[in-house]
Design a protein. Structure first.
Lengths: 106, 532
């Protein structure tokens, strides 16, 4: 299949790794921050503490993701983990935050 | 279990290090240069605004007296009044109040409560310091460029560490007599490793300080996307409705501040917390309240660790920032970036660390350039572009900063800068010279390094001379008056002149290369030769 072949070539290129690292890495980091802060509030922390834990960890996570995207031998797998992981965390965290608010008011 | 780094992995790190480095190094140098200057922003202010060359007052400071004076002045109907206490590095009171069309801010002499008028200049605290995180670009573009560069720097540090096979050996290796390319790389390795903890601390904590800009969505998710609520909860900002009844004739400000300080002291035994900033809101209402902060403790690193809002009438605590583990860690890390605490030795260490970072970035760029030049071959266009941008960003910004100081001393105090305003007129000199250095670098290629260094030296000496002529405070006179800040800055300027001359000597292009460059020019097709 020429399409799959060309797609594979594109994914194996260095430009793709740069895009995955910068944008995929950012999306994953943003999702990680959000889900971590919400999860900590579920575990009993205050909202502000949840937010500060996110601040403390996010930029380290982002750095690690960039290094991983540059070095990985299995680009497809790394891409899947970063992109699917980012999407799941970004969708789940605001929903969980609303649940938290509802639980507090009832 | 042994952990070995495969050649494959090292090759990918090498590639990452090279290209991330080329992409952001020009911006990173600007940030490190301006950040290093910002370590001494208050001292630069004293040099550029001679009215600030006063002794710090030893008298007991009373917020209430300042509030009373402001209310007798223009603040009679102001609903908001804020006051920063004087300190060793900020000898004047910084106070302001709300007016119908904004804020009226000013500096007051603590001894007389007279307002002090200063030379109009952005100087260290409003030009160099904001430059290092905003680049003074419109619409917040600068913050994102600086943030991207800081993230890239973290990646550069990690990849740089992985590249090295012999990290300890490299630390002790410097071969200045070897070929230029080899000694440039030695210099890069040495400056990186010497201040490695600081090279990690600066970009990491800088990113954390602006978390709300870089991760706006993530940081408000837990507050259901409510930005105002995020800031109110994170910084103990109380929200109080006015009662409609007038406030009592005198506000017990000092009593409330004392109570809050006692509460802070009880919370962390052994410390002596001291409020250095207060903000009074609803000042003319019976519900008047006060936010008290210890922004920069003098004997601790953590910044904004203590923030409490209290009602002025009864002293009830309205909100308090608390001391959870993550909050306390953040307060420490942010304070470690701002370094306002009372330690001259640590400030000097940060200044040296910042300059080592600048040296690391500059030598990295030079190594990239030197690696792509082959003797006798035409220089590729990429090399010429990167070199011109590097020269303008490195020696160019240093020269422009020097010219900014010279302009500050040359422009008369009461000048309005031909309608621009005196402060902006100074800044105009900075940008004209800075743009000029890029043009010069584009035209002169590899010779521009040395030529710009040769100009930096006399500019630095001129700045010292002009300070002498316009204020009379030459280094000896300043030392006699106890103006440590002024004579230290003069000596640093003179030392920079020496360093610039030394760099010019080392950057001299060998005669053989000059001949090769002439030949290259002669061999070029006629239409490619620039007209002289």
């Amino acid at each position: 299949m020429p399409f799959m072949h060309r797609l594979n070539q594109a994914v194996e290129s260095r430009s793709y790794r740069v895009i995955l690292a910068v944008f995929g890495g950012y999306a994953f980091t943003a999702g990680f921050f959000a889900i971590l802060s919400v999860a900590l509030v579920y575990a009993g922390a205050t909202r502000v503490e949840g937010m500060w834990w996110g601040v403390l960890t996010s930029f380290v996570v982002y750095t690690a993701l960039v290094i991983w995207a540059a070095a990985t031998r299995r680009v497809w797998l790394t891409s899947a983990i970063i992109i699917v992981g980012a999407a799941m965390m970004i969708i789940a965290s605001p929903i969980l935050a609303v649940q938290l608010e509802l639980a507090a008011t009832t | 279990m042994t952990f070995t780094i495969s050649d494959d992995f090292r090759a990918s790190m090498n590639w990452l290090h090279t290209w991330a480095g080329v992409a952001v190094s020009c911006f990173l140098f600007m940030v490190f240069w301006m950040g290093s200057l910002a370590v001494y922003d208050r001292e630069i202010d004293q040099w550029m605004k001679p009215e600030l060359r006063v002794e710090a007052s030893q008298a007991e400071f009373s917020y209430e007296a300042v509030v009373k004076d402001l209310k007798e002045g223009g603040a009679a109907n102001a609903s908001r009044i804020f006051i920063s206490a004087p300190s060793e590095r900020d000898p004047l009171i910084n106070a302001g109040y709300q007016t119908p069309d904004g804020f009226e801010r000013g500096l007051y002499d603590p001894a007389t409560m007279e307002r002090v008028e200063l030379t109009e200049s952005f100087a260290g605290t409003s030009f160099f310091y904001p430059f290092h995180y905003s680049l003074h670009l419109p619409a917040g573009i600068g913050y994102w460029i600086v943030g991207f560069s800081a993230m890239a720097m973290l990646v550069l540090i990690v990849s740089g560490i992985f590249i090295h096979r012999k990290i300890v050996q490299d630390f002790f290796t410097f071969r200045p007599k070897k070929a230029a390319r080899r000694s440039t790389l030695d210099l890069h390795n040495m400056s990186s490793l010497m201040a490695l903890p600081l090279h990690i601390l600066f970009p990491l904590t800088g990113l954390m300080i602006f978390f709300s800009i870089y991760l706006p969505w993530s940081s408000s998710v837990v507050f259901n996307g409510d930005e105002a609520r995020k800031f109110n909860e994170a910084f103990a900002i109380a929200v109080v409705e006015p009662s409609g009844n007038p406030a009592p004739s005198s506000l017990a400000v000092d009593q409330r501040v004392g109570e809050v300080e006692a509460m802070w002291a009880a919370r962390s035994p052994g410390s002596e917390p001291k409020a250095d900033f207060i903000n009074i809101q609803l000042a003319n209402d019976a519900n008047a309240y006060l936010t008290v902060r210890e922004v920069f403790p003098s004997r601790a690193v953590s910044m904004n660790k203590n923030i409490t809002s209290v009602g002025l009438a009864e002293g009830a605590i309205l909100s308090d920032v608390g001391d959870g583990p993550a909050k306390s860690s953040y307060a420490w890390l942010a304070g470690a970036h701002f370094i306002q605490f009372d330690s001259w030795a640590l400030r000097a260490l940060y200044f040296a660390g910042g300059l080592l970072g600048a040296l690391m970035i500059a030598s990295g760029l030079m190594f990239w350039i030197q690696s792509r030049i082959r003797k006798g071959a035409m220089e590729p266009r990429s090399v010429r572009i990167v070199r011109a941008l590097s020269i303008g960003s490195i020696s160019g910004i240093i020269l422009a900063s020097g010219v900014y100081l010279v302009a500050n001393r040359l422009i008369p105090v009461n000048s309005d800068g031909f309608g621009l305003g005196r402060g902006y007129f100074e800044v105009l000199f900075f940008y004209i010279v800075w743009i000029g250095t890029f043009v010069h670098a584009g035209l002169r290629g590899k010779f521009a390094w040395r030529e710009q260094c040769l100009v930096i030296a006399p500019v630095a000496v001129l700045a010292v001379t002009l300070n002498w002529i316009t204020t009379g405070d030459h280094p000896v006179a300043a030392a006699a008056q106890g103006l440590t800040q002024v004579w230290s800055m003069d000596l640093v300027l003179l030392a920079s002149a020496g360093v610039a001359l030394f760099a010019a000597k080392r950057l001299k292009v060998p005669e053989a290369d000059v001949a090769a460059a002439r030949k290259e020019l002669a061999d070029m097709p006629a239409e490619a030769v620039p007209a002289e």
